[in-house]
Design a protein around this ligand. Structure first.
Ligand code: ADP
Length: 490
């Protein structure tokens, strides 16, 4: 380096001026560059500049310094000489011609402070530094995760010995990071899990729940899910997550579901008893009332006859209610699904309603309906209830009823529109409840079960039923159906 020092001394410029001059004066830079001679280099340096060996690296070192790099390099030396520190980022070249982002740190050997005979250069590959920053960043994230959730991450070697262990749930047991180091994973888990652990140590991804770790934890039950993930070097990474809360919530949910099922079964049974066992006594009342009327017809005054007729009407109503309740009760998930052409279904519904249609002079129209894989009886009941209601609640106008079906992304929406009496907004949800009616039987006959039955049918395929209505203008009842794979438009 002596020649570099000599050049500088000759120029007699203060350091900052010198650096500026170097930037502009290429000839000066080249002269300095020629004065740099590499005396020794370690293997990392040889690899960094992609030389085949030390001899080549020493002989061709200058080739790694482009004019710009030479400037930076020399500026780093000037800094070192004047301020005692040097730290310069630049781009060097490898001997194979690739760019190499590096940082030069220069130190002048104490014995040659005045002569610059000997200078030490530490070259750091910048990408490695970036990698270090990335590592710090990832570590931050990792630490935040470990602090934030009840998790423990360990490295166990192929024999199952803990090599490293960090994580928040260790604190629950008053353990510090790495307290488990040296312990064997087979001693931590019960024998029943040893085959799974062995598989994990042999490189398989395994996971299991363990509730048997014998450590006291506020006398509480404790559940962990453990994952064995293959480690890069040796053994496995063991990720252990405390899932006690999740597990207990799940158990609670299961118990609730069981209780719900039980109460549903009881209700179904109750409805069965009501609809089946009550038929008989009601039938008896009906029969004996008729007998009474027949036998005593001449002796009965008008008032008594009225009483008996009221009993007969109530009996009929009770029979209707029981029949609808029984119908409601029998709507269950169906496994007899078939392709049903809903145009045929509609024809038979209109046949069933022919009397009411004729009597009211109702106008019922429907556009081409699809063929769907479903339970045909359900659609008969749906259309019959909705069209029947549209006729019943027509008011004083001639009923005009339109049935349509549209498909969007596999979901069919059926609509039954009428121009009848309509429904006030506040009742539009309630009418789908059991026995909910908005009128007396004198105004309109019925049990209040029709729409409840429709709702239960639609819920069999997780569909939705709703009404949009304006009083005195009309109503549109809509329901959705999730299209079965076999369905197609007619
Ligand atoms: P029901 O007709 O036996 O009373 P529903 O469950 O079929 O029982 O209907 C419940 C109530 O909803 C009816 O009492 C009626 O007030 C109202 N409703 C149903 N359909 C219509 C309609 N198309 N137009 C106006 N109101 C209706």
């Amino acid at each position: 380096m002596r020649s570099v020092k000599e050049i500088f001394d000759k120029l007699g410029l203060p350091p900052e001026k010198l650096k500026e001059r170097l930037k502009k004066d290429t000839e000066l830079t080249n002269r300095c560059r020629a004065g740099i001679q590499l005396l020794n280099i370690n293997q990392a340096g040889v690899d960094l500049i992609k030389a085949t060996d030390k001899t080549e690296a020493i002989a061709r070192f200058r080739e790694t310094l482009s004019p710009e790099t030479s400037n930076t390099f020399i500026a780093a030396m000037v800094d070192c000489y004047t301020k005692g520190v040097s730290d310069q980022d630049t781009v060097a070249m490898t001997l194979t011609g690739e760019k190499l982002p590096v940082r030069y740190k220069i130190a002048i050997d104490a014995s040659s402070r005045d002569t610059w005979d000997l200078v030490y250069v530490a070259v750091t590959h910048q990408e490695k530094e970036t990698l270090t920053q990335e590592l710090v960043y990832m570590t931050d994230i990792f630490e935040a995760v470990l602090k934030g959730i009840d998790v423990c991450v360990s490295h166990v070697d192929a024999n199952g010995v803990f090599r490293k262990s960090v994580g928040s749930w260790l604190r629950r047991f008053h353990l510090q990071d790495d307290d488990l180091v040296g312990e064997n994973v087979f001693n931590v888990y019960p024998a029943s899990l040893h085959p799974a652990i062995q598989a994990g140590l042999d490189g398989e991804v395994v996971n299991f729940i363990d509730s048997s770790i014998e450590r006291e934890l506020d006398g509480r039950e404790w559940y962990v899910r453990s994952y064995f993930l293959p480690a890069k070097q040796n053994g496995a990474y063991l990720l252990t997550i405390d899932i006690t809360d999740l597990h207990l919530t799940q158990r609670q949910l299961e118990q609730q579901a069981l209780a719900l099922q039980r109460s549903h079964d009881e209700l179904t049974q109750f409805a069965q008893v009501v609809s089946h066992d009550l038929r008989e006594p009601i039938r008896t009342i009906e029969l004996y009332t008729e007998l009474l009327i027949d036998r005593l017809e001449d002796q009965l005054d008008e008032k008594t006859k009225n009483y008996l007729q009221t009993i007969t009407r109530s009996v009929e109503r009770m029979q209707d209610l029981i029949s609808d309740l029984s119908h409601y009760n029998h709507i269950r998930p169906s496994d007899t699904l078939q392709k049903v052409d809903l145009n045929h279904t509609m024809e038979s519904v209109l046949g069933n309603l022919a009397g009411a249609i004729k009597e009211s002079n109702a106008d019922v129209a429907y556009s081409a309906l699809p063929t769907l894989k479903t339970n045909g009886h359900w659609f008969t009941v749906l259309f019959q209830n909705l069209i029947g209601n549209a006729i019943k609640y027509r008011g004083t106008k001639q009923a005009k009823i339109v049935v349509t079906a549209n498909e969007d992304q596999g979901v069919w929406t059926f609509r039954v529109s009428d121009n009848g009496i309509g429904i006030e907004t506040r009742y539009q949800n309630r009418i789908f409840e059991m026995f909910r009616r908005l009128h007396t039987r004198d105004q309109y006959p019925g049990t209040g079960m029709g729409l409840a039955i429709c709702k239960k049918i639609v819920s069999q395929w997780s569909g939705r039923i709703w009404v949009e209505s304006t009083p005195d203008i009309g109503s549109t009842f809509s329901f959705t159906f999730l299209e079965a794979a076999t369905s197609h438009k007619k």
